[in-house]
Design a protein around this ligand. Structure first.
Ligand code: GTP
Ligand code: MG
Length: 594
């Protein structure tokens, strides 16, 4: 994420998620620099950025000059960023100097399709048609792409190797955070996807707003996380004024998401694989946005969820260590299987993040939510749907400095203390409440109780089963032991956070690769000869046996691989080229495979 830093003369952009950048300054003429910017200000800047941006599909990143030259004829360009979607298609995000510039560009667009099934719709997603006739020549401007391949997720093997080479565990945690946290372009794109829907809905409704929430905006998101969106009826105070005597006749409907689903399916370019989950407590429409390469969840009138994201974002602003720690803990939970990509009787990232924030409150790094509520003024009053009170201090500059960051522990110490804290936590009797900032008595016997900060009568981990809670207790103890064992200073292959964030199933193989063992690698050629696309199980097994004989040290990894193979063989599901073992070997060191 980046913010616009404004001085009396100019506006410039500064990244603020790639370092421990604690303070953000937003300065108006002659103002004293502010230590913290508000969530609303960040959102307003991002929305404004999206309102002057388009996404253009191009042939490749070398289309830059032509696209720049062509668009400059219509409007002044601020920046162009390049990315590829999962299908390898190329896109450029163009930010123009103003919203009016964008309107001029949209006026110049054409609809390419004469098919009678297509009725064109205005949207910030465009494509760049090949020039007709003689190619126009554009003079070199010296301008360059602001970023190339900007949404590419860091290669896992490179990342793990870089982590291995870090000096300290704190450096490892910081590196993981910097390399995996949502970057500027990914956030821009998310706001443009929201803007695309807003444009379509606003051609039907008086005034709706589509607002991203969740990890896309709360400061805890990783590259590639899903995009949570909320469709909100955004009636301004002016529009709602009783003095306006002429009022629109309106139609009541509790089925707004049904229409939204149909619109998305039929009218929104890029939307694919749409599913409706309308009977849930929070009904949603799920879909993939193919141009943006995102998985999206759209819900309706859920401003409490946006305020929840605001709260999490604020706490992350108060203590940058919170974000780095939460990113690591989320990764660890995914690697141990405590969290899963689909919903079930286990933890999810949101309650897990609350657990991190709660722990940081216990260490004096963060204030309790009650403290933020007690410091709130009239301007902070927010009442969400169903009268959910979302009032808490918004301007963190007003918060007394001694109410946060009262601890100098480095990330390594904090991480160890986090695991130790939850190893000793009395889950049976106590609930976790970031409102109080201290454990409270559990109001019922559910295995895990994490108070919903904005609706305190609710438990955000009510779905977690007894077994999953036990697993959590076991895994935090394992993690604490692992970190303690790293204190002797010897750097083994699963040193520091590597032993926490690598999936156990792939650890054996990676170990084999890390300790200078590349010569022992199972080569793809050894496994599958060129003229033998579907080799026999026996063939592979005998080749694996050869490796067992070559070196006893790799015993574990090979046994793991063999058991994978025999399991698959028994279930009759073995697909050689795509088998987990083969692809893992291939993926781990493509460059080393002969
Ligand atoms: P990832 O998508 O896993 O990266 O994290 P996320 O924080 O976006 O979580 P998720 O997509 O599951 O939920 C999106 C947002 O909805 C969260 O950040 C919360 O603000 C809110 N949310 C999620 N689960 C609950 C819940 O059980 N109760 C309430 N009140 N809000 C929730
Ligand atoms: Mg999410």
């Amino acid at each position: 994420m980046s913010v616009l830093l404004q001085t009396s003369k100019c506006i410039f952009r500064k990244p603020f998620n790639n370092t421990f950048c604690k303070y953000v300054f937003l300065r108006k003429n002659s103002d004293v620099p502010k230590k913290f910017i508000t969530f609303d200000e960040v959102v307003a800047q991002r929305r404004a950025e999206a309102m002057r941006s388009v996404v253009v599909q191009v042939n490749s990143d070398s289309s830059f000059n032509e696209l720049y030259g062509y668009c400059s004829k219509y409007a002044s360009i601020k920046d162009i960023h390049h990315y590829k979607n999962s299908g390898g298609e190329h896109f450029m995000v163009i930010e123009f100097a103003s919203e009016d510039n964008l309107k001029d560009v949209l006026k110049s667009c054409s609809s390419h399709n004469k098919d009678h099934d297509v009725i064109s719709v205005q949207s910030p997603f465009l494509w760049f048609r090949a020039a007709v006739g003689n190619k126009e020549k554009f003079a070199a401007t010296g301008k360059k792409l602001a970023v190339k391949n900007g949404t590419e997720i860091c290669n896992e093997d490179v990342l793990l190797e870089d982590i291995l080479n870090c000096e300290t565990v704190s450096d490892q945690i910081q590196l993981l955070y910097e390399k995996t946290t949502l970057n500027d372009l990914s956030i821009r794109l998310r706001y443009i996807v929201a803007r695309q829907l807003e444009m379509i809905f606003n051609s039907l409704y008086t005034n709706v707003k589509i607002q991203p929430f969740g990890s896309s905006v709360n400061g805890f998101g990783r590259m590639g996380c899903d995009l949570d969106l909320v469709l909100m009826n955004s009636i301004t105070e002016e529009m709602g004024a009783a003095s306006r005597r002429l009022v629109f006749q309106e139609k009541r409907s509790a089925r707004q998401l049904e229409l939204a689903g149909a619109l998305l399916e039929l009218r929104v370019a890029g939307v694919a694989r749409l599913t409706r989950i309308l009977n849930a407590r929070v009904p949603i429409v799920k879909y993939a946005h193919e141009y943006a390469g995102l998985h999206c969840d759209l819900c309706y009138n859920n401003s409490a969820a946006v305020h929840m994201s605001e709260l999490l974002w604020q706490l992350g602003e108060l203590c940058a260590r919170a974000r780095a720690l939460a990113v690591l803990v989320r990764r660890w939970a995914a690697a141990t299987g405590l969290t899963q990509p689909h919903p079930g009787r286990w933890l999810t990232n949101f309650p897990l993040t609350l657990m991190v924030l709660f722990f940081l409150q216990r260490t004096g790094l963060l204030p309790s939510l009650n403290r933020l509520v007690s410091e709130a003024g009239k301007e902070d009053i927010r009442i969400a749907e169903e009268n959910v009170n979302c009032t808490f201090l918004r301007d963190l500059n007003k918060l007394p400095a001694d109410s946060y960051e009262q601890n100098d522990d480095d990330l390594q110490t904090l991480l160890f203390k986090f695991f130790e804290f939850y190893s000793q936590f009395d889950f049976q009797e106590k609930a976790i409440s970031i409102n109080e900032g201290k454990p409270i008595r559990k109001p019922n016997s559910l295995p895990l109780y994490i108070v919903n900060p904005l609706e305190q009568s609710l438990n955000v981990s009510r779905n977690v089963s007894y077994e999953e809670c036990e697993r959590l207790r076991l895994e935090v103890r394992n993690a604490a032991w692992h970190l303690e064992s790293c204190l002797d200073g010897k750097k083994s292959d699963d040193w520091g956070i590597l032993g926490l964030i690598e999936k156990k199933s792939s650890r054996g193989l990676k170990k084999l690769l890390r300790v200078g063992n590349s010569h022992r690698l199972v080569s793809m050629k050894d496994l599958f000869s060129d003229n033998d696309n579907e080799p026999s199980v026996e063939g592979i097994r005998s080749k694996m046996q050869k490796f067992v004989k070559t070196d006893k040290e790799v015993d574990t990894s090979v046994t793991e691989m063999k058991s994978e193979m025999s399991k698959e063989q028994k279930s009759g599901k073995m697909k050689f080229k795509n088998s987990q073992t083969a692809s893992a070997v291939y993926r781990i060191r493509r460059d080393k495979i002969i």
